[in-house]
Design a protein around this ligand. Structure first.
Ligand code: FE2
Ligand code: FE2
Length: 377
């Protein structure tokens, strides 16, 4: 018979465990490689760069920085479409926001920022698991090495977003069902390159756009530095996806490439409208169902360019990167046609993340500036 040590901490109730974990079955094979030759010089360069530009979440960020949430949202959330729509919805007849003043709109800005940072945090954990999956499933040793550095990067990203939320803003929001579904599908997929395509090309492009937009808006110094350092890593992750998949897709059949083109269309055009965090409205005391009619009317009054800034950032990364993989033109331009109809081909030459990851390297830039300052002292 086992005896229970009375001083041991109690085990959590099953419901509590179910609330905080989720089981996902990965259907991909693990690959052990005995070929250690460094055959991919661009991946070797990227891996060496990743090692040199690792940063330290404890010492490189000043966690003692005092953060005032109201000051924070005054800049970061200035052009936030959610807040703009709620303001426009205030005067709609029967609006649940009719008695709202600046206090409530500021609170909505804070909740909306917390919801965004929470999605960054959950997405980063997803990225950590997908990068670990790539370590296990990719057949090339240079790619395994690189993905191992990315796994560490994503651990640090998850940690810093969680810490920022916890120390500076209070509680976090749950993962949006859309992001949850997307990442679960990548972890489950039996084809190793789909984890790359979904994470390194689609979600990383999304992250570059979202972090970049927040960085341009905010004046809060701790969040600024955190985002600059995270962005420096993310630019390398996108480059990793392009270098690896570009090679792999040269040798796929038309039928296999067609599947990848459909995957890209499915995860961009067809899913575009599905985002938003309904819990924000619950916390504001106006459930989304009640708020929806006034919000819809408010949205028609708001300058639509507020909604498109982010889309420009995202597709401006995604479309050029997809072109580099050869996925636009395979099968008589199947994806080019679908994206063309959705108005996305204007972005074909918008950006070049694969080659310009060095220009994002804020870590190296800060270290060079510190060394230059020390040498003139
Ligand atoms: Fe990340
Ligand atoms: Fe990443």
């Amino acid at each position: 018979m086992t005896t229970v040590d009375p001083s041991a901490p109690p085990l959590p109730e099953q419901a509590e465990v179910d609330d905080t974990i989720k089981l996902i079955t990965d259907n991909a094979d693990r690959i052990f490689s005995w070929k250690y030759d460094r055959e991919r010089p661009q991946l070797v360069t990227l891996y060496n760069k990743a090692m040199a530009s690792q940063w330290d979440s404890m010492n490189d960020l000043d966690w003692a920085t005092d953060v005032d949430p109201e000051f924070l949202v005054a800049t970061t959330q200035k052009d936030n479409p959610t807040v703009a729509v709620a303001r426009a919805a205030k005067d709609v007849p029967g609006s649940p926001f009719k008695n709202w003043g600046e206090k409530e709109f500021t609170q909505l800005s804070i909740e909306s920022l917390k919801a965004s940072l929470s999605q960054f945090m959950h997405g980063e954990q997803g990225a950590m698991m997908v990068a670990a999956k790539i370590v296990e499933t990719v057949p090339w040793i240079d790619a395994k090495y690189y993905a191992a550095t990315q796994t560490m990067d994503e651990a640090r990203h998850t940690e810093v977003f969680a810490k920022y939320l916890d120390l500076k803003l209070g509680d976090a929001y749950p993962m949006s069902p859309y992001l949850d579904e997307q990442i679960q599908a990548l972890i489950e997929d039996s084809r190793w390159d789909i984890a790359y395509l979904g994470m390194q090309i689609i979600i990383e492009s999304l992250a570059l756009a979202a972090f970049g937009q927040m960085l341009r808006a905010t004046e809060e110094p701790l969040l600024r530095k955190l985002l600059r350092y995270v962005l420096a890593d993310e630019a390398r992750h996108v480059a990793f996806g392009i270098l690896s998949l570009g090679e792999f897709y040269e040798n796929l059949s038309s039928a296999e490439l067609f599947e990848r083109q459909e995957f890209m269309a499915e995860n961009t055009i067809r899913n575009r409208a599905r985002s938003g965090i309904p819990e924000v409205w619950d916390r504001m005391g106006v459930p989304l169902k009640t708020a929806m009619p006034a919000l819809q009317e408010g949205a028609t009054k708001v300058d639509q360019s507020l909604f498109t800034t982010f889309q420009h950032g995202f597709f401006g990364k995604l479309v050029p990167n997809t072109r580099k993989l050869g996925l636009l033109d395979a099968n008589d331009g199947h994806l080019r046609k679908m994206w063309g109809e959705a108005g996305l081909m204007e972005y074909e030459f918008a950006d070049s993340t694969a080659d310009d990851y060095d220009t994002y390297d804020a870590v190296a830039a800060d270290r060079a500036a510190a060394a230059a300052a020390a040498s003139t002292d």
